[in-house]
Design a protein around this ligand. Structure first.
Ligand SMILES: Cc1ncc(C[n+]2csc(CCOP(=O)(O)OP(=O)(O)O)c2C)c(N)n1
Ligand SMILES: [Mg+2]
Length: 623
């Protein structure tokens, strides 16, 4: 066996640079590069190896470890999970900063390879700087926190362990059904330890992504379910986009007369103005989709996790003989909600079902098509109304969304994750391109927005990226703006400022409580509560201080002209937009299960509790 003497870190870095993914005959490098923040736990190991390997694995320097994971998964999402990033961190705090990103990756089924440094395998200098000593066993470190948020976890205690563990890590990352965060914890001494690495370990390896197909018998059963339905709907999730099944879905809907409703991850899977696109469904859904969902006798869920937002906490589907057909590569998702599981790739499913439905001459009746058309027309009018703003109010969030949307090209990308904006974007943004709408709503992780926007731009630098970020999320994690400037990757941050966590304040008040703790206010010494004046923050000045081109807007005209100027800039921009803090887009025949205190002297809470109990009566245990 031919071998070469390398450190563990050198072998791993060379191995990663030789991994490739192929799907549908297109081959590309599996890793576009590695993000990393160095410390004693990785600088002389992975850091040394990265420096040596050079362009074979490009190094990117972020400002925050959580953010680099977000950037990585946004990149992977844009690349339909066919290309990804690795992330290296030091031990202790640097490693744990990646945990939230790992959760976001795994929940969203997005691949990222995490390489946290770990305490010494030889344990001689322990307790080493940043080591948390676990009193019950020395084989536990803070990195064990990665286990529940990773789809694969290993600790490489000896260099030779890499030979079996790294290929396993690649298998999980590349598999669309299993993918998520994959963690290889690397003790700092193991990273620098050398071994005779077999040449074969370093050879080019191509991971072929096979589109999973369903057995004929299952396809036939699924086709029979559709054939027996009168009011079917398709719930299109992110899996439709990852599978590149978007135009096939549009044909399918057209041919068989089935309306398509979308989830956050699936928004963009059909152009908003396609006649069979009935808009978003669920808690954040629109009127057309939610009315169709309530009466559907068959829900064809494609590539969706069927989260409580999608199912309106299991109240969206009310037909007494409801059937759900769930098409998914992931068996857990396919089996959810008592569905008939069709475990296969979205595109393959649509291709396989088409001739079977044609053989049955299946098509929904004309009256159903007419009903869909009317509902969609009314819904589009409701969206227009929201985007037009409210008389006497200078600027609403809905209006700001409309203005940004109108200023964008179809291939531009809007990015968001948390706050009131994801729900409003889902309802009001009008995507025309499958990659034009990028909202992380699996974890809805504040702090994803700006880092994620950078990942989108890295993946597709030709697209203009608009990160719509609330003031709360901006204050939580804004520093990847600096990385975007360092890399010369322009992103546009539209900071929608409503003085605090207004969506949670709205939720709080709808749960019967008075406003408490969510707005950005000074402490009032008289009440010892955060009820003083609002804290004014100049987000444009903040962006400018980091090097961005910055603008402020508090009227529709100012926002439109700021967007025009921002578009002409070559560096990243920040537009600070002040919006009314109390005007919200309403819910449309939807509900979300947020439990209410069962005991309280506050009349508001008591009222909310009785409304909650009533709403729960519609909640179904789908099995
Ligand atoms: C990391 C994280 N912490 C807490 C939450 C809970 N949360 C959801 S939205 C929100 C407030 C967001 O504030 P902002 O970005 O200003 O948006 P707004 O609510 O004003 O629309 C909070 C605290 C979250 N989603 N993510
Ligand atoms: Mg806010």
């Amino acid at each position: 066996m031919k071998t070469v003497r390398l450190t563990t870190a050198q072998a791993l870095v060379r191995f990663l640079s030789n991994q490739y993914i192929e799907r549908d005959g297109v081959e590309q490098r599996m890793f576009a590069g590695m993000f990393g923040i160095f410390g004693h736990g990785n600088v002389s190991g992975i850091g040394q190896a990265l420096e040596e390997v050079g362009d074979d694995l490009t190094y990117f320097r972020p400002q925050n470890e959580q953010a680099m994971v977000h950037t990585s998964i946004a990149y992977a999402r844009m690349k339909n999970r066919l290309q990804m990033m690795a992330c290296t961190s030091s031990v202790g705090p640097g490693a744990l900063n990646m945990i939230t990103g790992a959760g976001t990756a795994t929940v969203n089924r997005l691949p990222v390879l995490l390489l946290p440094g770990d305490t010494f395998a030889n344990r001689i200098p322990h307790p080493v700087l940043q080591q948390l000593e676990y009193p019950l066993g020395q084989d536990v470190s803070v990195n064990d926190c990665f286990r529940p948020v990773s789809r694969y976890f290993d600790r490489i205690q000896r260099p030779e362990q890499l030979l079996s563990s790294a290929p396993e890590a690649m298998r999980v990352l590349a598999d669309p059904a299993e993918t998520g965060a994959v963690t290889l914890a690397l003790p700092e001494d193991t990273q620098t330890e050398s071994f005779d690495c077999p040449d074969s370990f370093l050879e080019k390896r191509v991971h072929r992504i096979v589109r999973q197909i369903a057995p004929e018998s299952e396809l036939r059963y699924a086709a029979a379910l559709i054939g027996a339905s009168e009011r079917p709907i398709i719930v299109a999730g992110g899996g439709v986009i990852y599978s590149e099944a978007t135009s096939t879905l549009a044909h399918f809907a057209d041919e068989f007369g089935i309306p398509v409703v979308t989830t956050q991850a699936g928004n963009g899977s059909m152009p908003w103005n396609h006649p069979w696109h009935a808009g978003p469904v669920g808690s954040n859904g629109g009127l057309a989709a939610n009315k169709l969902a309530a009466e559907a006798d068959l829900v064809i869920a494609i590539g969706t996790r069927l989260s409580d937002f999608t199912t309106a906490s299991h109240t969206a589907f009310q037909h007494s003989d409801l059937r759900i057909l769930s098409i998914n590569v992931n068996a857990m998702d396919a089996h959810k909600a008592g569905s008939f599981p069709l475990i296969c790739d979205a595109w393959e499913a649509l291709l396989g079902l088409t001739p079977l439905l044609q053989a049955q001459s299946f098509r929904t009746d004309a009256a159903y098509g007419d009903a869909v058309e009317t509902l969609v027309r009314d819904w589009n009018a409701a969206v227009d109304e929201q985007r037009a703003g409210v008389a006497d109010i200078t600027l609403t969030q809905a209006q700001a969304i409309g203005i940004v949307n109108d200023a964008t090209e179809p291939t531009d990308v809007v990015v968001c994750a948390a706050g009131g904006m994801p729900g409003d974007l889902l309802k009001l943004w009008r995507p025309l391109d499958p990659k034009g709408y990028h909202v992380e709503y699996g974890f809805s992780c504040m702090g994803y927005e700006i880092a994620g926007g950078l990942g989108v731009k890295m993946a597709d630098p030709d697209r203009e990226v608009y990160v719509m970020v609330g003031d709360g999320s901006y204050l939580m994690l804004n520093t990847e703006l600096v990385t975007s400037l360092a890399e010369g990757l322009k992103i546009n941050l539209v900071v929608v400022d409503n003085s605090g966590f207004q969506c949670i304040r709205g939720l709080q008040m709808s749960c019967g409580s008075p406003s408490f703790g969510n707005e950005l206010r000074y402490r009032d010494p008289a009440t010892n509560r955060l009820e003083g004046e609002l804290i004014p923050i100049d987000f444009a000045a903040n962006g400018a201080s980091l090097g961005a081109a910055a603008f402020s807007a508090s009227t529709p005209a100012e926002l439109a002209s700021a967007l025009e100027l921002a578009r002409r800039e070559t560096r990243s921009t920040v537009i600070h937009v002040r919006v009314d803090k109390d005007i919200r887009v309403p819910g449309y025949n939807s509900w979300w299960d947020v439990p209410i205190a069962e005991v309280s002297d506050q009349p508001g809470v008591q009222e909310a509790l009785s409304a909650y109990k009533e709403a729960r009566e519609k909640q179904r245990f789908l099995y």
